[in-house]
Write a protein that binds this ligand. Structure first.
Ligand SMILES: Cc1cc2nc3c(=O)[nH]c(=O)nc-3n(C[C@H](O)[C@H](O)[C@H](O)COP(=O)(O)OP(=O)(O)OC[C@H]3O[C@@H](n4cnc5c(N)ncnc54)[C@H](O)[C@@H]3O)c2cc1C
Length: 149
């Protein structure tokens, strides 16, 4: 189980949460990410949507694990996939999370009195916890501040 204490609590595992987790990992900052990965994108964006942004709008402040790098692992190039489909962007986000070592941990469903929700409810819960305590793999030289999505 994650420690109840952390130097950095990141609430929400959307693009900014994942980018911040990656950045904290690069800096060797102990952190915990609370929330299900990319749930807003995966559950509330229109299926089949094409992104406004291109492949240069990636998640990595270190400019390493970019969308282009992800595509290269599949033998693809930006020019072949733009406009970027939502499904591909979600695949990139999952790859990014795995590559950066942002581990996801799902706690048991909350049941019983006071939980406010049934264990059999079909609506999404917010029980997921993504946690990363990976020590810094390389030195970080600058913050790009690049926005994701
Ligand atoms: C239809 C549409 C199309 C878009 N297209 C693009 C595009 O092509 N390119 C682009 O750059 N941007 C696009 N955007 C904008 C983009 O969605 C946002 O800029 C981006 O999602 C912001 O990232 P975020 O991590 O701040 O927030 P979010 O993506 O909203 O992520 C925040 C996460 O935190 C979770 N959360 C919130 N509260 C809690 C809590 N208390 N506990 C646990 N989890 C919590 C949420 O469920 C969510 O998963 C689009 C937006 C919409 C609506």
């Amino acid at each position: 189980m994650p420690s109840p204490e952390t130097a950095l609590l990141i609430i929400g595992a959307g693009p900014f949460g994942l980018a911040m987790a990656a950045h904290a990992g690069e800096l060797g900052i102990d952190h915990v990410v609370v929330g299900r990965s990319m749930s807003f994108w995966g559950e509330h964006m229109p299926a089949g949507m094409m992104l406004r942004s291109g492949c240069d709008w990636h998640l990595d402040p270190a400019e390493h694990d970019t969308i282009e790098r992800f595509l290269a692992t599949r033998g693809q190039r930006a020019a072949n996939v733009e406009p970027l489909p939502l499904s591909l962007y979600l695949e990139y986000a999952a790859w990014f999370e795995a590559t950066k070592g942002i581990r996801r941990r799902r706690s048991p469903p909350r049941t019983g009195r006071g939980s406010g929700r049934s264990s059999t409810a079909s609506r999404p819960t917010r029980d997921g916890i993504a946690e990363s305590r990976r020590p810094s793999a390389r030195r970080w030289t600058r913050a790009s501040g690049r926005r994701a999505g």
